[in-house]
Design a binder for this molecule. Structure first.
Ligand code: C2E
Ligand code: MG
Ligand code: MG
Ligand code: MG
Length: 289
């Protein structure tokens, strides 16, 4: 009857739950197939220096265009890949592909690849990184690995050692989504990340909330004292750029500079970049805010 199928009823809840489980199983099956058939793609989003407004590199982001369901967000399929173990194969593909692309870019440009904590804990990540570098011929310092702080959630004695093993390959290591996790500050003392990426959540509030601005200011001070470079994520508006510049952030990434783009557009994007898009320097808005 209609009542037991109303939202909030137990039957409704069970039906919805069944739906979710089914979608997850279907996603896992289809994802496995997509990997085997080469249906995943990488898109690339630029990082821009606030010192001279040049593009310093690009972050590789996985894209999956499902044959029936259309584009599926990595926010949905990465967890499925992590829980099923598919992330190992998928991550290795992304790493290899990103390095092959970057090897064709003008020399100082870097590529950043997101690495799941599941990959960090798998013994062979340094081997996979080494292989990707060798096959592509990309110099190690042009590769950056972005790792989220959830890598420390189930921290074992091996975690920090594994990060050091990666660092010894000569690649850069960035802490992604900083500030959203658990006791973030403690992790910074455990491992010397090269770069800290300030989560989009703070950038979103930057122009609205004094608290967000003072948190960003303090994150930047902390990063500077630990000699880490800083990237602000999710920068969409020129005023955000101005405030981040005034606060001393090193780089910005976000729709303001560009949305992620297919690999074939990268080189032309860099050639056309110039200095045209730079917003006005901060002038008369309230810096003490
Ligand atoms: P992330 O590494 O923090 O990547 C940034 C996300 O923010 C990307 O979402 C990007 O498209 C989006 N973004 C960039 N600029 C803006 C902006 O100005 N405004 C807004 N609203 N969003 C912006 P995307 O591509 O959907 O990826 C989501 C997450 O999925 C990534 O977050 C990352 O954690 C994960 N992911 C993506 N590709 C990979 C991969 O190859 N391996 C792994 N392990 N994770 C990946
Ligand atoms: Mg990232
Ligand atoms: Mg991020
Ligand atoms: Mg983020």
């Amino acid at each position: 009857d209609a009542k037991s199928h109303a939202p909030g009823s137990v039957r409704f809840f069970v039906a919805r739950l069944g739906e979710q489980v089914r979608r997850r199983l279907v996603l896992e099956r289809d994802l496995r197939e997509a990997i085997e058939r080469g249906q995943l793609e990488l898109h690339f989003q630029p990082k821009v220096s606030l010192r001279d407004w040049t593009v310093t590199g690009f972050e590789a982001l996985l894209r999956w265009n499902h044959p029936e369901h259309g584009p599926i967000s990595p926010v949905e399929f990465i967890p499925v890949a992590e829980e099923s173990g598919l992330i190992l194969q998928m991550g290795e593909w992304a790493l290899g592909q990103a390095c092959l692309e970057a090897a064709r870019w003008p020399d100082p440009l870097q590529v950043a690849v997101n690495i799941s904590p599941v990959q960090v804990m798998a013994q062979n990540l340094p081997d996979a990184v080494q292989r990707a570098l060798q096959r592509s011929g990309l110099a190690p310092h042009r590769l950056e690995l972005e790792i989220t702080e959830s890598v420390f959630i189930n921290e074992t004695r091996g975690t920090v050692e594994r990060l050091h093993a990666l660092g010894r390959l000569g690649v850069q290591i960035a802490l992604d989504d900083f500030g959203t996790g658990y006791s973030s500050l403690a992790y910074l003392r455990r491992f010397p990340f090269d770069t800290l990426k300030i989560d989009r959540a703070f950038v979103r509030e930057l122009l609205i909330s004094r608290d967000a601005r003072s948190i960003v200011r303090n994150i930047l001070a902390l990063a500077q004292s630990l000699r880490m470079s800083t990237v602000a994520e999710g920068v969409e508006e020129p005023m955000q750029v101005s405030v981040l510049e005034a606060e001393g952030c090193d780089m910005v990434q976000g729709y303001y500079a560009s949305r992620p783009m297919p690999a074939r557009d990268v080189i032309e994007f860099v050639l056309n970049w110039g200095e045209r898009h730079r917003p006005d320097r901060p002038r008369d808005f309230d810096l003490a805010n």
